[in-house]
Design a protein around this ligand. Structure first.
Ligand SMILES: [Zn+2]
Length: 70
């Protein structure tokens, strides 16, 4: 999936609060190794990048997302 030229994924879909339970959505914004992608790669606005980081950290804490993938 190429996120480079896309405008902010969440603004586009009118999503204000990112749901940390939506692991599938969050996973799009993590690298193959399970790391959170940088804004340059996600194409998110600063607001949503911040929200995304929060959501992913929360999801990891609740074991919905892995910290690291093998
Ligand atoms: Zn946004």
């Amino acid at each position: 999936m190429n996120l480079d030229s896309m405008p902010c994924y969440f603004c586009q879909r009118n999503i204000k609060e990112i749901d940390f339970r939506e692991a599938k959505t969050l996973e799009i914004f993590t690298s193959a190794a399970g790391k959170i992608k940088v804004r340059k790669k996600t194409g998110l606005c600063s607001y949503h990048q911040r929200r995304l980081t929060q959501a992913i950290k929360r999801a990891r804490f609740l074991a919905l997302l892995p910290y690291l993938k093998r």
